[in-house]
Design a protein around this ligand. Structure first.
Ligand SMILES: *[C@@H]1O[C@H](CO)[C@@H](O)[C@H](O)[C@H]1NC(C)=O
Ligand SMILES: *[C@@H]1O[C@H](CO)[C@@H](O)[C@H](O)[C@H]1NC(C)=O
Ligand SMILES: *[C@@H]1O[C@H](CO)[C@@H](O)[C@H](O)[C@H]1NC(C)=O
Ligand SMILES: *[C@@H]1O[C@H](CO)[C@@H](O)[C@H](O)[C@H]1NC(C)=O
Length: 730
């Protein structure tokens, strides 16, 4: 009856459907008891005349099953979320049928972080140096979810994927049963207490009294730890009289709270809203070309005959094999067809975030850094050597790129791994080359540090105090073409105010006509108005005039300010540029006698302000520079390396040795990183170029962008050509 329905469906929809032609489903098993159960399932399906038939294939592990399925040696297996992630990423399998338990559809449980209510200062954002209690090493709620989450959000940095080391440096002490392994730091087991005789400390079973859900909660309840990573039901299972054991019988659930991802806290009953991740149910995975509906139909027919009410073979029972959770979890009540059969949709963003944080697949062997000048190459070489001296991995390799665009292309092609770019370049890198941010620069030690202010600097003058609306005909100095503070923001601002009126998309031409002369490093190629390079001076020998890089002495923040000091009327730079190059802060001959009080800022409201009033008088607040990488590069490895490195080399006042945020030893400024960087910070949740840049900046940049046209001046003629061709045919 059931099988004929399946076949009827197959005949109806299956004429062109290979999967319906599935004569059998080769189920993958990983143990002898599982093989026995699988053989019983095969016989049961056969005797009920169900199709397709089942057969059983043995593999060494869940991941070996995934491999066999990918190689067409098997067809299906039910996997937990962690294995499903690997199976999907490494073997391109997809989830098609979910197990359903007595929970909300698609979920096994919620992984939560529990603290004592009385410790009212703890949040998810300040767990560093706290004492932690975990269900066990490698377990989902106690390890994978919380550690993956902390790494992925940049709260914990990891070097070279040595996760146990990172955890031991992050938490002061922990009890992580099972973490007593060679090479693992001892602090990971330090809070564990073992059995009643204080033996078997840190054992991965009930001999350790702080093992598993109840144990991890006990570790918190007995004040050994400050936080326990458990599941949503753990607190209520062990409080309010629900657990009669002496340690638990007097505990009151209202003495505990949950830490939420947004930094707040909630009552323990609020786990639906306040958790680290929703852990998905186990699901059956198959190859991409296998029809999920056919697999579901077969299992659905099976569960109707051999489900919980069956008197013979039972699909969701493993007790007859002296085991548990064979083929499917014993707590399964039924199967469900998965609608969106992508692993991302099935795992959900929160759980996926944790798994991404732990993903050590694809770890780069080296990190090839794109350098764009001789100074950068020198500094990069010194950086590689310095990092090496501290055994920081992956090791840095220095590779030359011609300019930011060349670096982006090489990263897209995976010839290079990383480069630091400014917001304008990040836009191009993300939009055209699909690069993603891996770490950011912060220019202060507070939370506002991941941004800076674009300002217009002028010389103080009593007789010629022109304002932002009187820039026409002035001589302008820019950090570089398409750069943020030097081009995108000021030109966007002047267009928005109606000062510059570009004809169609020809912004370069309009700028060239607006200012009497400029230095816009990079505007050297054919097609740019020559006035955009008129003020540039090139290198010390007068060569490389108006090139994008450091050879042009008027390029970058310092260069644009020098241009103002020597020839220009206005320089478009950032808020720290004047201070960094005046009052004795820059000892180069051109700067040594400059005074900050001789300069002013142009404000948007038409007045001028002193250079230290940038917070009130700026053109825009812009996102800071970021290290950009290929989307397949694990950003946690990049951030982990830089974060650890800055503990050694981030402090400019450190007397000897390499300094990450100082370029003076290489005769340059802002090499590899901006000199004003205080710290490298994690990108946190801002994992795309759009997240990093933010809505305001994206809007600003779109104002000066001509709808997708990369070579604006070609657009009209191309349009004409098409018109001509069309008219020819009509
Ligand atoms: C870390 O634990 C040690 C004991 O092992 C203690 O002396 C120290 O104060 C703790 N550090 C912090 C920051 O809590
Ligand atoms: C738990 O504590 C709350 C408030 O302190 C109290 O109202 C409640 O009765 C206690 N519950 C139990 C089971 O002791
Ligand atoms: C399936 O999920 C993926 C990942 O979450 C999403 O990008 C896609 O739009 C979804 N497809 C459908 C049909 O909903
Ligand atoms: C920096 O410039 C000085 C003088 O111009 C020169 O003597 C020195 O070799 C340069 N250093 C580097 C690293 O290029």
């Amino acid at each position: 009856m059931q099988s004929s329905t399946v076949w009827a469906v197959c005949i109806l929809v299956g004429t062109f459907n290979l999967a319906c032609g599935l004569k059998e489903i080769r189920w993958c098993v990983t143990s002898t008891p599982e093989m026995n159960k699988c053989n019983h399932m095969k016989e049961a399906f056969e005797s009920a005349k169900m199709h397709p038939l089942i057969s059983c294939v043995v593999a060494a592990s869940a991941l070996d099953c995934a491999k066999k399925i990918a190689n067409k040696e098997a067809d299906a297996v039910s996997l937990d979320g962690g294995n499903l992630y690997q199976a999907a990423k490494e073997h391109k399998l997809k989830p098609v049928v979910a197990e359903k338990y007595d929970q909300e559809v698609g979920t096994i449980y919620y992984a939560v972080a529990v603290v004592r209510k009385s410790d009212n200062s703890i949040t998810i954002n300040n767990l560093k140096m706290k004492r932690s209690c975990h269900t066990g090493y490698g377990r989902t709620a106690g390890w994978n979810v919380p550690i993956g989450y902390l790494i992925n959000t940049g709260k914990m940095s990891v070097i070279g994927c040595k996760i146990p080391q990172a955890v031991s440096e992050f938490f002061n002490q922990s009890c992580i049963p099972g973490a007593q392994r060679t090479g693992f730091p001892s602090s990971l087991c330090q809070l564990c207490i073992g059995d009643e005789h204080n033996k078997n400390e840190c054992a991965e079973d009930d001999d350790e009294r702080y093992y598993s859900y109840s144990g991890a909660f006990r570790c918190l309840a007995e004040q050994a730890g400050d936080i326990a990573f458990v599941k949503h039901s753990t607190v209520s299972d062990n409080t309010d009289g629900n657990n009669p054991n002496p340690w638990a019988k007097d505990l009151n659930s209202s003495d505990y709270q949950l830490l939420c991802r947004d930094g707040s806290r909630a009552e323990v009953t609020d786990w639906k809203a306040c958790h680290l991740a929703k852990v998905p149910a186990h699901a059956v995975v198959v190859r991409l070309d296998t029809d999920g509906a056919a697999i579901f139909n077969a299992l659905d027919a099976g569960q109707k005959k051999f489900g919980i009410t069956s008197t013979g073979f039972k699909m969701f029972d493993s007790a007859s094999y002296n085991s548990k959770d064979l083929l499917f979890k014993d707590s399964t009540t039924e199967f469900m067809l998965i609608k969106n059969q992508t692993y991302q949709a099935w795992l959900g963003t929160e759980y996926l975030q944790s798994l991404n944080g732990l993903d050590c697949y694809n770890m780069p062997k080296t990190l090839r850094w794109c350098t764009q000048s001789r100074g950068e190459l020198l500094k990069c070489g010194a950086m590689a050597e310095a990092f090496n001296s501290k055994d920081l991995t992956p090791p840095i390799q220095c590779v030359s790129g011609d300019n930011p665009n060349d670096c982006m292309i090489k990263i897209k092609n995976k010839d290079i791994d990383a480069v630091t770019l400014d917001a304008g370049q990040i836009y191009t890198a993300g939009k055209l080359y699909e690069l993603v941010p891996a770490a950011g620069e912060s220019y202060t030690s507070d939370n506002d540090g991941a941004s800076y202010y674009a300002v217009a600097v002028v010389k103080k003058s009593s007789h010629n105090a022109f304002t932002i609306d009187q820039l026409k005909g002035k001589k302008s100095c820019h950090t570089g073409l398409d750069r943020t503070a030097g081009w995108n923001i000021p030109i966007g601002t002047l267009i928005e105010r109606g000062e510059i009126k570009p004809d169609k998309c020809n912004i370069d031409k309009a700028v060239g006509e607006f200012f009497s002369a400029s230095c816009v490093p990079g505007a050297i190629e054919k097609g740019y108005p020559s006035s955009l390079c008129e003020l540039c001076i090139g290198d010390a020998k007068g060569k490389s005039k108006c090139v994008f890089g450091a050879e042009e002495q008027y390029s970058g923040y310092t260069g644009a300010f020098r241009c103002l000091a020597e020839v220009g009327d206005v320089a478009f730079v950032k808020h720290t540029t004047v201070i960094a190059n005046t009052d004795g802060n820059n000892l180069e001959p051109w700067a040594v006698n400059l005074k900050s009080s001789d300069y002013q800022l142009l404000c948007l409201n038409g007045v001028r302000a002193e250079v230290n009033q940038w917070r009130e008088c700026n053109l825009a607040k812009v996102p800071s520079h970021a290290v950009m990488v290929h989307p397949s590069t694990p950003i946690t490895a990049v951030f982990g390396l830089l974060d650890k490195a800055q503990d050694f080399f981030g402090n400019d006042s450190y007397p000897n040795g390499f300094k990450m945020f100082d370029s003076s030893a290489y005769n340059g400024s802002d090499l590899l990183f901006k000199d004003s960087t205080v710290r490298i910070i994690s990108v946190g949740e801002k994992t795309t170029y759009e997240d990093w840049l933010g809505k305001n900046y994206l809007e600003a940049i779109k104002r000066i962008e001509c709808s997708g046209a990369m070579i604006p001046s070609m657009m009209p003629s191309l349009f004409l050509l098409i018109l001509m061709l069309l008219s020819f045919f009509i």
